[in-house]
Design a protein around this ligand. Sequence first.
Ligand code: NDP
Length: 293
Amino acid sequence: MSAVERKIIDGKAFAARLVETIRQEVAALKAAHGKQPGLAVVLVGEDPASQVYVRNKAKQTVLAGMESFEFRLPAQTPEAELIALVARLNADDAVHGILVQLPLPGHIDSAKVLDTINPDKDVDGFHVINAGRLAVGLPGLVPCTPLGCVMLLNDVLGDLSGQHAVVLGRSNIVGKPVAQLLLAQNCTVTIAHSRSKNLPEICRGADILVAAVGRPEMIKGDWIKPGATVIDVGINRVPASEGKTRLVGDVAYAEALDVAGRITPVPGGVGPMTIACLLRNTLTAFKRTHGFG
Ligand code: NDP
């Protein structure tokens, strides 16, 4: 492996190893107790990207030895009907994790639906109770993509204490929870966003740079401190040759690869960690429900 190749953080391989450890633990718990974790995924409407995500989630759930429950509702489903389904899943003992695929159609209040999910089954970690638990350092369910970012960082850097982490983006699903997790691991955390000034200068101060802005290749090579670890959360589809499209991250990858110490590619970096962490959260919820270790 060349020096450049060694810089690349292989999220796909790490996620595969994580899923395998989850599968083994699920099998052991099933053998010992005769119970298995169950994950319910709810999709409303026909958004093509969401359909792909839901299909992948169901497939991975089954491969990990868990039970998968899939609910596909028409786009015009009334909000009350969706909330009634979530309430039924809250009460179902075979269901340990509930995921309502976002985005929901415009006539449905997403926050209201997400807050109907029992926080102990909220495997996406988006419920305000879980956001609050994360903020005050109580055990809860942590959003999957941020959890995946920090697991990759721990894998390549070990202890993160004292590292200056810059998080670009402050969304509730990525930026804020990543920042909270890094703070909990004793990083010095700077959160930057669309109103921040001197972004290149802020980024150049980062030992760890997490990019979650949704802007294709915005972060240039000369924004990165030599040797820094770069986690690129962005998934952006851009035009390629012959009318095709390709996926790029929020970081100008080729430039960044010259400067960074370690970097996640897009695709194959953070992306695969999201489903792996969803399965991890489902296993966590299952074990807490039944009081298994
Ligand atoms: P949001 O659009 O919700 O948030 C984007 C954040 O970036 C906001 O805080 C915004 O600031 C900030 N921002 C936008 N433009 C700029 C700019 N020019 N300069 C500085 N900050 C800027 O996105 P998400 O957090 O949901 O997602 C971020 C990216 O991560 C997307 O590409 C998404 O596809 C990807 N993603 C990948 C996942 C995975 O599995 N790998 C999972 C989830 C998301 P402000 O708050 O001021 O508006």
